[in-house]
Design a binder for this molecule. Sequence first.
Ligand code: SAH
Ligand code: SF4
Length: 435
Amino acid sequence: MNFNDSEIVASILQSAGLVATSEEAAADLILINTCSIRDKAEQTIRKRLTELRKTKIRRPGMLIGILGCMAERLKSRLLEEERLVDLVVGPDAYRSLPGLVKETGAGHQAVQVLLSREETYGDISPVRLNSNGVTAFVSIMRGCDNMCSFCVVPFTRGRERSRDPRSILRETADLFGSGYREVTLLGQNVDSYRWVDAGGGVTDFADLLCQVASIDPLLRVRFSTSHPKDITDKVLRAMAGFPNICKHIHLPLQSGSSRVLELMNRGYSREWYLEKVARIREILPGCALSTDLITGFCSETESDHLQTLELMEFCRYDLAYMFMYSERPGTPAARKLADDVPREVKQKRLEQVVALHRGQALESMRRNLGKTLRILVEGPSKRNEKEFCGRTDCNQMVIFPAEGAAAGQYVSVLAESCTSATLRGRLVGETALAH
Ligand code: SAH
Ligand code: SF4
């Protein structure tokens, strides 16, 4: 989401006559888009600012701005805490950036952190930064109304609002026209997407998915994030009905204990979650499933933790993002619950969750060996220019010798070996179909 926001910021600044550079030494203005989700994310930014201090001493005229959630959370305090920062701009105030940049400098600092109930940047075409020209993010909504007790997002990104479907379709069709072959529709809770047009007609997430998937059968459609309490059969049926909607659902579990889920204010129980997974497997057999997990949330006992491991055994996630609970100031959990699980215990539980997941992911990858997989080629792999990487419908990363393929093509690759994170194979042909 931040990546996509940076592309919106680049677009706004470009319209005002500024030009982006990837060379730090050539920059007159450095903007850092920040995340506050865990303390570690904020510490990373603080470290980056320490490095920039040296550059600023050498080039005092250079401006440094902090954007995003950390700007929103700390507001003007950030200017006091990090004296080299000139500009603090929250996620709903990016349109004011050109004006603020002009005002700033020569000792003047600027802060703009007002949150909005309407801003979706719907009319702004993001400038694709560091793009592979094949896959792109498209934001469909902003903010979140859920108030999970551990989460800072509702405070830093404000109220939930959906973007006009016409602007989403326009942006996606433009991407397809410029050669892109995959879009990921982004929102904190895509299942609560809802747009009411002037005549009272409602577009929900399933409707939007169908409309985007109808742009072209060669366009793959992904989305993130689904919320277990809100994902509907209508969405699952839309996925089943369109071969080009990728068969992968990111369904964050957080905890396998109903007691902990209640304290987290997640709005579902262990049983409800299991029911949803069963429904997904029924309507979309073979659909990949990924998740987010938190270990050591307030008052989590060994028995709660075991329930998380047990649920993981059942769900067999293909991918998981796993975190230790990090208390965020001002959240409902920070105000009402004690962060009472010792760090070593959080860490030990995290290690157990990670170990279980690694084994499961490896097993899930191994099931592909010997199979011919359809892949959308994204471009050269990170480590080796002579190899290409691309993803399967189910979101598995596949690496193969580049000869005979081009970015943006759909190809067939025979899977020959794997780790828990990637498959390796060889090209066995080009395919005309996205699925
Ligand atoms: N909107 C998405 C999640 C966005 S945040 C959803 O509801 O699923 C991404 C993930 O960060 C969350 O799913 C959660 O697992 C993790 N996370 C959020 N706040 C956290 C905290 N205070 N400590 C540890 N992990 C956290
Ligand atoms: Fe945070 Fe919950 Fe909203 Fe996700 S749904 S962004 S975890 S409050």
